[in-house]
Ligand binder design. Structure first.
Ligand SMILES: *[C@@H]1O[C@H](CO)[C@@H](O)[C@H](O)[C@H]1NC(C)=O
Ligand SMILES: *[C@@H]1O[C@H](CO)[C@@H](O)[C@H](O)[C@H]1NC(C)=O
Ligand SMILES: *[C@@H]1O[C@H](CO)[C@@H](O)[C@H](O)[C@H]1NC(C)=O
Ligand SMILES: *[C@@H]1O[C@H](CO)[C@@H](O)[C@H](O)[C@H]1NC(C)=O
Length: 735
């Protein structure tokens, strides 16, 4: 029967290519051998040379009596930057026995982690030879390290025409074998997925090949977004056609492969360790823990801390567990935590119902030969909830079952967020609201029919943009409520970028996919532009520039909305949407030195041992050096206010705009909170001068509040022609 199949969709759990979770594989395999990969942390003896670390690690291994695997193949990774320790294949008994050895701190089984563009530079205000790209030299001289699934090294997005060689400090390398080499665009490619020489059955979870080659089609996409060089005529099935360009097209790319079809945090740690050695300027990590962990347990937080201590900026995906509150991950304050929003491009597939009602959905696959003479009957088969399948796979299932076309509609929580996917049959993905219209039509008629009219790629006609993507993880942060997370949002829905294989038999493989995995490298690209324009800025200064210049109104001038088309809160969008041009020239920055995080970490209630584990040196958490989260010199304010609470915080701003400048404060108070800034005028004589102010937040009991969330902003406006506007977002939770 040729008919329409109707599929309901829970976007959050099913459709995102970019969410991986393969913990079961590991446990199945390990039953056979009893060996698992443990991350072992040890205490480095005073005076031990770095070159002797590995040999010393081997002394922790069990006596070589085990028949399972020889000792020289036990150690999977030897760490030295992020932690002092190693990853090794051990039985639980062997791991336990290690506890007795001197210098042992901890051992745990490594955990699974999840992997969490052409047109977007223009959406971010970047154009050839003008403005942001010109003043930031297109990111020249900056090396972006991506921790990901490998890279398709011969993709045209990674050709190096006109690229200068990497800076002399670069110590990275390329581990492709044979003639596969790197070039001046792709300056490094290494693999951290252990495959070793051990017999496969002895490997707890066999992890791909030993080459940094792309298998999972994620790393090429993220690399292309951050720093792909221009490729003309990039499209998929002719859609989203244009010149595909990374956000920092002259930045260098270094790939650290830590994931294949699965990801484990022991490999991730090794990849970050190596990237720090090699001399990357930025790390872009579109991977996250499966749920938020305290920072001392979270390898990305640990690795990122080591990175910022070396001046390396770290940008991470916020996670794809939205729209539910407190789902944000990668939420340490030394990380830029990036949520996902839409762009004003749509790849429209309009469903025309038998009653002439039109519903605008999306599909990347837009067959030119789909002109049914009659509208087709609609069937709503039992397979409407197909579990963990992507839309593309649902389509295959429908096609195999004789369906002629498919309509996929959202569940309520996904609202208006619709995906343009590479379907195998005529299809359209429509919103929840249009799904209701469709369902009403179904029950109102005996023989419902429909057809799809493919309208191609449309710009500026869709839903308000930017709008939050439903899957983008939300705040408040569970680990650190005194820091507003996510920090920022950027394009993450239906993004075209480089792909490992051609899905439409075109010469240049590209694909359109979605996730905070896609928004993160957009921000990594922006950070690379800022780094290129201001090579001496710290990671915290770069983050401050991005946060204080973000915008909060969509292209129609309304507040940025959620997937439900209602105003987004500060816990949905953080500071707002990145504004590239303004971020390059913010006027003032809120800077933070790595050691400033120590009193903050103590203030989280962590033990001195736990703080020491993060900052890699002895600390003293006694009262005078302990601060609440909101006292960190962060470019936003986040606090929990109980009845009668009054909080005073200090901030220090650094002048990076013009000498002899004056700034006046302007406050938009959260409803039910009085905000007082002292002093309210700040004057600078020179560049890089610092000035401090205090701000007091008082909960008012005589004002009725309409929400348990309060939001506002504290703005420093410069006097004169500069027009600097340095905005700190204020987030309050009333308890
Ligand atoms: C894509 O755009 C280019 C340049 O504008 C044009 O030459 C080419 O034919 C287009 N390709 C498709 C498939 O539309
Ligand atoms: C979404 O909200 C905007 C602004 O309030 C409104 O103009 C638009 O019609 C809404 N869209 C839908 C589909 O409801
Ligand atoms: C930590 O600092 C406090 C206050 O300065 C001091 O009294 C205490 O002895 C210090 N503790 C250690 C272990 O150094
Ligand atoms: C609420 O109380 C504050 C201080 O206690 C006062 O300044 C303000 O005017 C009061 N607002 C109203 C609406 O009464």
């Amino acid at each position: 029967m040729k008919a329409f199949f109707l599929i309901s969709l829970t976007l959050i759990t099913t459709s995102l290519f970019t969410t991986f979770s393969f913990s079961h594989e590991a446990s199945e395999a390990s039953v056979k051998t009893d060996l698992e990969t443990y991350i072992v942390v040890v205490e480095k003896p005073d005076g031990l040379l770095e070159s002797k670390l590995h040999d010393w690690y081997t002394t922790f291994l069990p006596e070589a009596t085990s028949s399972l695997i020889p000792n020289q193949q036990r150690i999977v990774h030897s760490y030295h930057n992020v932690i002092t320790g190693f990853a090794a294949k051990l039985t639980p008994q062997e791991a336990k026995a290690m506890e007795l050895k001197e210098g042992f701190i901890s051992a745990r089984v490594e955990r699974p982690v999840s992997l969490h563009t052409t047109f977007t530079p223009k959406f971010l205000g970047l154009q050839q030879n003008v403005g942001g790209w010109k003043s930031s030299h297109y990111g020249e001289g900056v090396i972006i390290g991506l921790i990901d699934t490998g890279i398709k090294h011969d993709h045209p997005s990674f050709f190096d025409k006109g690229m200068p060689p990497p800076p002399a400090k670069w110590r990275g390398r390329c581990d492709f074998n044979g003639k596969r080499t790197c070039n001046n665009k792709l300056v490094g490619a290494r693999n951290f997925i252990w495959d070793g020489d051990a017999p496969v059955e002895a490997i707890p979870h066999a992890r791909g090949t030993d080459l940094p080659w792309e298998e999972a089609y994620h790393g090429s996409h993220t690399s292309g977004i951050a720093a792909g060089c221009p490729v003309e005529g990039a499209n998929v099935f002719g859609q989203a056609n244009g010149t595909a360009t990374g956000i920092a097209p002259r930045a260098h790319v270094a790939m650290y492969k830590a994931c294949a079809v699965s990801c484990y945090d022991g490999d991730l740690l090794a990849a970050i360790d190596a990237a720090i050695d090699d001399g990357v300027d930025l790390l872009s990590i579109s991977i996250g823990p499966e749920s938020p962990f305290p920072f001392y347990y979270d390898v990305i937080a640990l690795g990122a801390f080591r990175a910022i201590q070396k001046g390396i900026f770290v940008s991470c995906s916020a996670g794809n567990d939205g729209p539910y509150p407190s789902t944000v991950t990668n939420d340490a304050p030394w990380i830029l935590t990036v949520g996902a929003s839409t762009i004003d491009r749509e790849i429209r597939a309009t469903v025309k119902l038998g009653n002439n009602v039109e519903l605008h959905g999306q599909s990347l696959f837009q067959p030119k030969d789909f002109h049914p003479r009659q509208p087709l009957p609609i069937v709503h088969p039992v397979i409407c909830h197909m579990g963990q399948l992507r839309i593309e796979d649902k389509g295959k299932e429908v096609k195999d079952n004789g369906g002629a076309a498919m309509i996929v509609f959202n569940e309520q929580d996904d609202g208006y967020t619709t995906l343009a996917t590479a379907n195998v049959l005529p299809a359209s993905h429509i919103s929840y609201k249009d799904g209701l219209v469709l369902k009403n039509y179904l029950i109102s008629t005996q023989s419902p029919t429909a057809t799809i009219s493919f309208q191609g790629t449309l710009i500026g006609k869709s839903q308000p943009a930017p709008q939050m993507a439903s899957f983008s993880s939300r705040g408040p942060s569970t680990q650190s409520p005194g820091i507003l997370k996510p920090d920022i949002v950027g394009p993450g829905l239906n993004i075209l970028s480089a792909w490992g294989v051609s899905i439409d038999e075109a010469t240049n493989p590209f694909n359109v996919i979605s996730g905070t995995s896609m928004s993160c490298p957009h921000l990594s690209g922006v950070a690379a532009l800022i780094k290129s324009a201001h090579p001496d800025w710290s990671p915290a200064a770069i983050k401050s520039a991005i946060l204080t210049t973000a915008y909060t109104a969509d292209l129609n001038g309304n507040p940025i909305s959620t997937e439900q088309n209602v105003s987004a809160t500060v816990f949905d969008r953080g500071s707002g949407h990145v504004h590239t041009l303004r971020a390059l020239n913010p006027g003032l920055v809120y800077d933070i030195e790595p050691d400033d995080y120590i009193p903050y970490l103590c203030g989280l209630g962590y033990s001195e041992q736990q703080v020491r584990y993060i900052v890699q040196r002895k600390v003293n958490c006694s009262t005078p050096t302990l601060i609440p989260g909101a006292q960190l010199n962060y470019p936003t304010f986040s606090m929990v206010l109980g009845a009668g609470d009054q909080m005073t915080y200090t901030r220090t701003v650094t002048n990076v705009g013009r000498p002899f400048s004056t700034y006046i404060s302007k406050v938009l108070s959260p409803q039910g909170v009085a905000v007082k800034v002292m002093p309210s005028v700040i004057r600078f004589k020179d560049l890089n001068d610092k000035a401090s102010y205090t701000v007091t937040f008082t909960r008012l009991e005589n004002v009725t509040r309409s929400s348990i969330i309060g939001q506002g902003s504290l703005v420093w406006n410069s006097i004169g022609d500069d027009g600097y506007k340095v905005v700190s977002t204020i987030a309050v939770v009333f308890v």
